[in-house]
Design a protein around this ligand. Sequence first.
Ligand code: IPE
Ligand code: IPE
Ligand code: MG
Length: 245
Amino acid sequence: MEEIDKEKLPRHIAIIMDGNGRWAKKKNLSRISGHIKGVDAVREVVTACRDLGVGVLTLYAFSMENWQRPKEEVEALMELLRDYLLKECEEMVSNNIRLSAIGRLEDLPANVRTTLEEVMKKTGSCNGMILNLALSYGGRSEILHAVREILSDFKKGKIKEEEIDLPFFSRYLWTRGLPDPDLLIRTSGEFRISNFLLYQIAYTELYLTETLWPDFNREELLKALADYQSRERRFGLTSEQINGL
Ligand code: IPE
Ligand code: IPE
Ligand code: MG
C-alpha cells in the first residue's frame, strides 16, 4: 500500500477516463460493456477521493468530439450517465458530495439534463467534496465561450477593459470558482490532452498510466498520488527558491 501524506493532497484531481473500448475488445465484449465496467471504476474512485479528503474531482465523461461516435454508443453512454446519476444521488448526499458539471450541457438529451439538474440541486448544499463532470466538454469551446461572454458584458457596459486580468478571465470559464487541477491523470497509455481543461492545466502535474479505465481503482489512484507527492512543483522558480535555500 502506498504511503500518502494527507497534508499534501491535490486540492483538485482531474481524470481523462480512457480505454473502456480497448478493455472490452481484449475480452471480446462490446464497447458498451467496457463503458458499463467503467462506471464501477468511477464509483470506486469517487469514494476513494472522498475518503482521502480531495476537494474537487473532475471527470472527463464525454467530450464534444464524442458526439461523432456511432449513434448506439452515444445513446448507451447517455443512458449510463442518467442511470449513474439516478442511482448515486442518495449516496452523494449522504457522503456530502456536491455534483457540478462543465461543458455544453444544453447539448445533452432533455432527460439527462433534467436528471443532472435535479442531482445538482439535491446535492447543492453538500460541502465535503465537489464531483465535477465534464459533459459535452471541449477546452477550446470553453475559452471561446468565455471570450464571447466577456465581449457581451463589455458591450453592455458591465465591465471595464482594465478589469480583464487572469483571475477575471478564470471567472468566465465553466470551471469558475474551482481551483486549477493540481494533478491530471490519463489512463490507457495515450499521451495527449484531447481538448480537456486547456486553460486550467497550465501548471498541473501529469500522470499517465497504461492501465485501462475499467481496471483503474483505489490502488491505482494511490499510486498516482504517491507519484504526485514525490514531485517538486516549481512554477517557474528554481529548486533553491522553492526550498528556501
Ligand atoms: C473512454 O473510453 C470513454 C469515453 C471517451 C466516453 P473509450 O471509449 O474512449 O475507450 P477506447 O479509447 O476506445 O479504448
Ligand atoms: C477523451 O477520450 C474523452 C473522454 C475520456 C471523455 P477519447 O477516447 O475521446 O480521446 P481520443 O479520441 O483518444 O483523443
Ligand atoms: Mg478513448
